[in-house]
Design a protein around this ligand. Structure first.
Ligand code: NAD
Ligand code: TYD
Length: 357
């Protein structure tokens, strides 16, 4: 079959990537979606069970740092769009192992950019109708004081963790490839995501799972840090909108104007999980355990997504409480998914990470 477009999605077996792959495969049967993923501890093909048989979907196991592989894929599938999500994504891991973050997030992005540039420049139409869309994070902007205005697209970069430093570096490379070589690029910076299929090392799935199993809930510091939360399917819809309607060389911030202190989220999770499990109200409050703060822990992230809302008409669809109800329901109903990933590397990681806290 002749497809209208051929899109390379990287990191499609991860949390956000799997939602993006699902959306594109189902919504655009006339597009060929090629998912390139290394299947690190965070990648899981079970996240894509419902689309793996689709005609217009191809999975390739491989590393974005492998330039020869990426270039060959671009040629073989005549790729005209890249949606780049593959990354090392957990701040705590970046503190323990910054080199892996520089390799994947910086060198991997560079390898993809160079492959796209060389392939597209070899075509008669060159960059016409092409797009390299890079998915980034609000963490590149650094920490916001409580009384400071939200991150906008022109807020200067000020990353603090090895994770955010690596993402900031990759964002700069993407913009440099546009400015230097003319590669059509877009960068988006999104706030914290939550929802089904998130690896349970991140706050929300980790705590849902721990409440269920009556394990301690390790709250860093005093739990006063603030994050701005967006339901993952709303992020995937934003990516769809921006991929199709965004302006080349532009940046869009994505967020739901939804700031929460960590400790308030923990209490909300306890309330919802206890209710859904049929426990007495407040039964799990005793699991809250204040532990040593994360090194360099950013106080607050908060995104101003006015530009995206006004220029492209995207808006979040879910209220946080509603999204948390759905998310808790999903994790409680999908214990098998959790068991499969919490039995291997994750258990080792968990023990290492928390043994001295
Ligand atoms: P994730 O850790 O759940 O998934 C990452 C995926 O990338 C995994 O499937 C993994 O196997 C794959 N991967 C890692 N290294 C690879 C490599 N070298 N080659 C090929 N594949 C590789 O991450 P996520 O939370 O879904 O985040 C996806 C993207 O969105 C990242 O770029 C992240 O920086 C960004 N982001 C995440 C959030 C969030 O709250 N999770 C918020 C804003 C932006
Ligand atoms: P996380 O989900 O790791 O996302 P990020 O660090 O990218 O924002 O953490 C969200 C917030 O929750 C962050 O302020 C750190 C805090 N946190 C805890 O207090 N305890 C935990 O066990 C984890 C994983 C996070």
């Amino acid at each position: 079959m002749e497809y209208q477009r051929s899109i390379l999605i990287t990191g499609g077996a991860g949390f956000i990537g799997s939602h993006v792959v699902r959306l594109f495969v189902q919504k655009y049967p006339h597009y060929h979606i090629i998912n390139l993923d290394k299947l690190t501890y965070a990648g899981n093909l079970a996240n894509l069970k419902d689309v793996e048989q689709a005609q217009n979907y191809t999975f390739v196991k491989g590393d974005i740092c492998d330039f020869d592989l990426v270039f060959a894929l671009m040629q073989q599938h005549k790729i005209d769009g890249v949606i780049h999500l593959a990354a090392e994504s957990h701040v705590d891991r970046s503190i323990k192992d910054p080199f892996t973050f520089a390799r994947t997030n910086v060198m991997g992005t560079l390898s993809l950019l160079q492959a796209a540039k060389l392939y597209w420049e070899s075509l008669p139409e060159r960059y016409e109708g092409k797009l390299f869309y890079h998915i980034s994070t609000d963490e590149v902007y650094g920490a916001l004081a409580m009384n400071k205005e939200l991150f906008r697209e022109d807020t200067p970069y000020n990353p603090h963790s090895p994770y955010s430093a690596s993402k900031a570096s990759s964002d700069h490379f993407v913009r440099a490839y546009h400015d230097t070589y003319g590669v059509p690029t877009i960068v988006t910076n999104c706030s914290n995501n939550y929802g089904p299929y998130q690896f349970p090392e991140k706050l929300i799935p980790l705590f849902i799972n721990n409440i269920r199993h009556r394990k301690p809930l390790p709250v860093y510091g005093k739990g006063e840090n603030v994050r701005d939360w967006l339901y993952v399917e709303d992020h995937a819809r934003a990516i769809d909108t921006i991929f199709h309607k965004g302006k080349v060389a532009d940046t869009y911030n994505i967020g739901g104007f939804n700031e929460w202190k960590n400790i308030d989220i923990v209490k909300l999770l306890i309330k919802v999980v206890d209710r859904q499990l049929g426990n007495k109200e407040g039964a799990s409050l005793d699991l809250i355990t204040y532990v040593t703060d994360r090194a360099g822990h950013d106080l607050r992230y908060a995104i101003d997504s006015t530009k995206l809302q006004q220029e492209l008409g995207w808006e979040p669809s879910l209220q946080f409480e509603e999204g948390i109800e759905k998310t808790v329901r999903w994790y409680l109903d999908n214990q098998e998914w959790l068991d499969n990933i919490t039995s291997g590397d994750y258990q080792h990681f968990y023990e290492e990470m928390y043994k001295n806290r």
